[in-house]
Design a protein around this ligand. Structure first.
Ligand code: ME8
Length: 520
């Protein structure tokens, strides 16, 4: 049939754009993975609605300038090289972004200047003397109150990054003018920031008077960046440059200005970020959007951090786990599975643990992989082929033992959808695995391989295959390759893998084959 393509606004998902000051680590894979899970989920949920998924690299600023200097490379060349590692990470991990943006692209730079001029024309930018503690690692100024002095070293209390006191003439953005509008916005949209704690923190900041922010650095200090329009002695602050990338990644300044970019995808429907950068996304970007009269992002998901010995994994600290290594060792989907299960709660930091990865991935293999093999064993096959010939049919639901599974399967797709839409990724995945576990348990209880009742063996086979089919559809966002192999093995038609089919009991399975689901 003819596929209906709706004219609805594309569903737009973003990850942060990453600093290519070093190769990516597990934390970057995590943000990409969460975004990918949602991109795949929404694409399955509503195949007629386009979905956009952008990521990229944040290439300007002092941090990159210094890192390039240390390698003796021009910053652009340095970024060209490191940016490819972030693309390669996405490729390896099966991350299906639709656009990878680099802030060194001409079109992005032009759009940043365009927005600067617009803010300036509105009188929101002024020149002032700014004093504060700058952290190159965090690329931001800290006020006195946010700095600690330990053993003669000044550090940012929150991040422990070294800071340096500077007094400069900078361009300032009149952020304080937006405090009331931002408070109103969050009062009207109490689910705009998740988990709740980050909304509470944001409201706490907005309850106090807001300081205007410095949005440029003297060129003598920062040369690697976009020059302030009309004043080449100043370079635009990297964070202003960076948050604008969410607009430029989908083609801002778009031509259909009258509908505020709607047909291009704006606003972001789901913005995935780490909890360390909430302020830039919950206050700075929304203030700029308010000034531009653009709708604000619909939902911000700020996830917790992966730690190593309870310390945030970071390129600057060098305490990182290499995502390519772990995917090489355990396989891509097992790592995706582990990260979604262990990190899909978003509230608490998670310490990376190889022992935990082993435990969870073994569990996945046992519950899912071995189940398929048990259900398709030659012994069972022989019995059911015989039963089919004799026409002995028993509906799974007619055997009391299968009732709970049939019930669980009926509600599973809806409940997984509900979990995902309320941003509870870990719960969603656990729920699917719970049902597969139940199917395993019943199979063990019924022992269909005994062949006492061929009709019951057949019913058992049908119920198990149905459990695998429904689980397979629901698992696609999380472990796409494995789910594909599973659905292929069940003979499920490619056209019948969208979310709605999980709700259609017994929808098209074909010739079922027993295969090994996991390579490793
Ligand atoms: O902050 N655990 O880039 P970035 C979980 N360029 N997630 C982590 C993580 C960890 N240990 N470490 C990093 C920047 N991340 C800016 C962003 S956006 C307009 C500009 C993830 O390379 C997390 O999502 O330091 C964090 O926000 C993101 O990587 C950015 O890392």
């Amino acid at each position: 049939g003819c596929r209906h393509v709706s004219t609805a606004k594309p569903f737009y998902i973003t990850t942060p754009i990453f600093y290519p000051n070093a190769v990516p680590h597990i934390g970057h894979l995590y943000s990409l993975l969460i975004a990918d899970i949602y991109y795949r989920y929404y694409s399955l949920k509503d195949p007629s609605r386009a979905a956009l998924f952008t990521t990229g690299t944040d290439e300007h600023g002092l941090k990159i300038q210094k890192a390039a200097q240390a390698k003796g490379l021009p910053p652009k060349e340095f970024c060209d090289h490191l940016s490819t590692h972030f693309r390669r990470l996405s490729r390896t991990a099966n991350i299906s972004y639709t656009r990878f943006i680099r802030t060194s692209e001409d079109a992005h730079e032009e759009a940043v200047r365009h927005i600067w001029r617009e803010l300036d024309a509105q009188g929101l930018i002024y020149k002032g003397t700014y004093s504060g503690w700058y952290s190159i690692t965090d690329e931001c100024f800290y006020p006195d109150g946010a700095v600690s002095h330990i053993a003669g070293q000044a550090i940012a209390t929150e991040t422990s990054s070294p800071v340096e006191y500077t007094t400069e003439t900078n361009y300032m953005f009149h952020l304080s003018a937006f405090r009331g509008a931002l408070l109103d916005h969050y009062a009207a949209h109490p689910t705009a920031i998740f988990p709740q704690q980050h909304l509470a923190d944001t409201l706490a900041i907005l309850t106090e008077p807001l300081q205007d922010i410095s949005i440029s650095r003297p060129r003598a200090r920062l040369s690697w960046g976009i020059a302030v329009p009309g004043d080449p002695e100043h370079t635009i602050y990297v964070w202003i440059d960076a948050v604008i990338s969410y607009l430029t990644a989908i083609g801002y300044p778009w031509r259909d200005a009258e509908n505020s970019g709607l047909s291009n995808g704006w606003p972001v429907d789901l913005q995935i970020i780490g909890k360390d950068i909430v302020r830039f996304h919950a206050i700075y970007l929304p203030a700029i959007l308010l000034a531009l009269k653009l709708p604000l992002q619909r939902r911000l998901l700020a996830h917790a951090h992966w730690t190593s010995s309870q310390k945030k994994m970071s390129k600057s600290l060098g305490n990182t786990t290499d995502p390519f290594d772990v995917m090489g060792t355990y396989g891509v989907d097992p790592v995706r599975y582990y990260m979604a299960i262990a990190g899909g709660n978003f509230r608490d930091d998670v310490d990376w643990s190889d022992a935990q990865v082993k435990k969870e991935t073994t569990e996945l293999r046992n519950i899912l992989g071995n189940f398929l093999l048990r259900v398709t064993s030659s012994k069972i096959r022989g019995i059911i082929d015989g039963a089919r010939e004799k026409g002995g049919v028993l509906e799974p639901a007619q055997d009391g033992r299968y009732e709970p599974l049939c019930e669980a399967l009926k509600v599973l797709p809806g409940e997984v959808a509900k979990d995902l839409e309320s941003l509870e990724v870990s719960d969603a995945l656990k729920r699917i695995m719970e049902v597969v576990r139940l199917a395993n348990k019943i199979l063990t209880d019924v022992e269909p391989w005994n062949g006492d009742s061929p009709a019951l063996t057949l019913a058992s086979f049908d119920a198990s295959v149905e459990a695998l089919r429904v689980a397979g559809i629901c698992l696609q966002p999380f472990i796409p390759d494995t789910a594909k192999r599973l659905l292929d093995a069940l003979g499920v038609n490619e056209q019948e893998r969208a979310w709605v089919y999980a709700d259609k009991t017994g929808a098209g399975v074909g010739l079922v084959r027993g295969i090994k689901l996991f390579e490793k």
